[in-house]
Design a protein around this ligand. Structure first.
Ligand code: GLN
Length: 281
């Protein structure tokens, strides 16, 4: 590549290189915006601006990494969730828009000023715990993860968003949770079967297996969570789980077998059942 390129030229050249991406120009723009610390609209205003050699070098380095399949979110170190930016790294799952469904459901079931206690199991980057802490000012939030690195990322995100009152606990599911009783247990646990071929495609190849994969056909962690959840819930407490689009019926069965009632499925915008809620009697 030549040393003096305009924004427009650099973007075109980069997009041509990213032959495996189905959003090659967008990817290039997001990565250049990251290097220049600008928004993408800047490129529309200043397409002829010449990049400095350092800017170009940094950009080309990111494009090379993107070409190997590295997720955009790991290259820029951030991803938006519920209109807030969260820090991410390969130690945590990349926030998915799908998971915003869980926030919608909590808003449907709890009022904004309600004082209630929430336990987020497998918090990862902290998106669920932090979003709920910010949207429900009177809620007390506890967030758990088995990964120390994930927890420190979640704490960093909590500080950045001034979600000061979240209690973070290093724990494998309920193991280190004091026998508190919660009003809501919420989780987006690993639920992909180890032999699911999607694990060999796209961003998931670079994400932590521990956040994606569950033994027993993707059900192992649901079983661990659901069988113990009752002990940690107040009477009439709620459990809410994200799951794969074909797991609704089995998650319902597991909840029923553990004594949960008033079970409800929720669909994502594509009409897939992606979350299931149950209540302790
Ligand atoms: N929904 C994610 C995916 O299918 C997986 C998230 C999870 O396992 N909790 O890529």
């Amino acid at each position: 590549m030549s040393h003096r390129l305009t924004i427009k030229e650099a973007l075109t050249q980069a997009a041509d290189l990213l032959t495996d991406s189905d959003s090659s120009l967008l990817d290039s723009e997001v990565l250049l915006a990251h290097v220049l610390k600008k928004t993408r609209s800047y490129f529309r205003a200043w397409p002829e601006k010449v990049l400095t050699p350092n800017e170009l070098k940094a950009f080309q380095h990111l494009i090379e990494q993107r070409k190997t399949g590295q997720p955009i979110a790991y290259l820029t170190g951030e991803r938006e969730f519920w209109s807030r930016s969260f820090n991410v790294s390969p130690d945590v799952l990349i926030p998915r828009p799908d998971t915003e469904l869980l926030i919608d459901i909590v808003q449907e079931n709890f009022s904004p000023d309600q004082a209630f206690s929430i336990l987020d199991l497998g918090t990862g980057s902290g998106i669920i715990a932090i979003t709920l802490a910010l949207e429900f000012k009177n809620a007390t939030v506890t967030a758990v993860d088995i990964s120390e690195k994930a927890l420190s990322m979640a704490k960093k995100n909590a500080r950045q968003h001034k979600a000061d009152h979240i209690q973070f606990i290093l724990s494998s599911w309920f193991k280190n949770i004091p026998k508190n009783r919660f009003d809501l247990i919420i989780s987006n646990p690993p639920y992909i079967s180890p032999n699911d071929q999607h694990l060999r495609e796209g961003d998931v190849r670079f994400e932590p297996n521990s956040a994606l994969i569950a033994q027993d056909n993707g059900l192992d962690d649901f079983k661990k969570i659901i069988t113990k959840a009752s002990v940690f819930l107040n009477p009439k407490g709620t459990i809410l789980l994200e799951h794969g689009f074909q797991q609704g019926a089995i998650v319902k069965n597991l909840l029923e077998s553990s004594g949960f009632v008033q079970i409800r499925h929720y669909q994502d915008i594509q009409g897939h059942v992606r979350a299931t809620l149950g209540k302790k009697p």
